[in-house]
Ligand binder design. Sequence first.
Ligand code: ADP
Ligand code: MG
Length: 394
Amino acid sequence: MTPAPAVDTLTHAFERLYGRAPAGVWAAPGRVNLIGEYTDFNEGFVMPLALPHTVVLAAAPRTDGVLRLHSANAPDPAAVVDLRTADLAPGAGAGWTAYPAGVLWALADAGHPAVLAGADLHLESTVPTGAGLSSSAALEVATAVALDEVYGLGLDRPALARLAQRAENAYVGVPCGIMDQMASACGAAGHVLHLDCRDLGVRPIPFDPAAHGLRLLVVDTGVQHALGDGAYAERRAGCERGARELGVPHLRDVPHEALPDALARLGDERLRRYVRHVVEEDHRVGRVADLLAESTPEALRAVGPVLTAGHRSLRDDLRVSCPELDLVVSTANAAGALGARMTGGGFGGSAVVLTDAAEAPRVAEAVRTAFARAGFAPPTTFDATPSEGARRLA
Ligand code: ADP
Ligand code: MG
């Protein structure tokens, strides 16, 4: 797979579409999460890395209040969509254009009315959509950094990530947390981000499995997740209810040592499972951060079982896995991987597998064989190479 579309191709396509040169070209990556799932909206901790797979977007400002959108990856790749910026409002649009339109709306709504003058945007992406690798955040963040620069707003990366999240929450209608947008906006090559979702503090930790004879594989099951389908919102609402019943602002505020007491105070079995997942998952993120900081081959290998423990919790307590993701994890571990887990929102999408580099081909082959035996479509596997976050390319 091409990691990123070429700037020249994109610029030429922009000129063909809009009859003028773009003001610039920007890129924003997809992400994979090493550990810390369903913790972001609980103001907890996550540890994603930005991928080489990116949305590349060319943009130029307009003066007539029109937002023109074109994506080479849209369901109809010939269609250029014209929207009047004055008409943009939550609920006003559906489909893929809601993501960039929502970002423009969020910027204007946050006190930057200059963007209402409009823009021409053309984009192309190598982030697979609906694969749990956050093509939606890549699209939002690419739009946000482009509009920020085109209109000279001077917003920093965390501020743009917050606005991108607002676009997805309020405009598109998906109640996602802040992890995806922060990973895409702030990713650092060669690093995972230890991110505190309360204050958006970002601590990049060097992550180079190859240096220790290991590989982190991403296995895309090809099963399209649909986060908008209510299951994600149900988990989020359950976590918020758990926090209310425990009398804390967010589940992040339940210390790991206090978990047994907290569980004893919850009457509802479902809420007990959700709370246990979130508090233990936050603890696992801290454990992995400590192991990565040690930076020895032994410490890095010890990350594996933490990943697998995280998967068990997502499967049994939060119940957001699916047969394909469970099969990746069980097969990879049986074939000698150090550990594996689903990554992203679940119900399909991708898994990550930590393995000795020497074992990686055998592990990947075992997963392919297991999928064929189960009658599942062949999965796609690639290395999770920690890459740079959103940036200007031209
Ligand atoms: P994920 O973020 O895990 O890939 P989502 O369902 O959150 O899955 O977002 C996928 C949606 O984002 C697509 O259905 C589409 O509407 C939009 N999208 C992402 N990338 C592109 C693109 N390059 N062109 C057009 N739409 C895109
Ligand atoms: Mg998404």
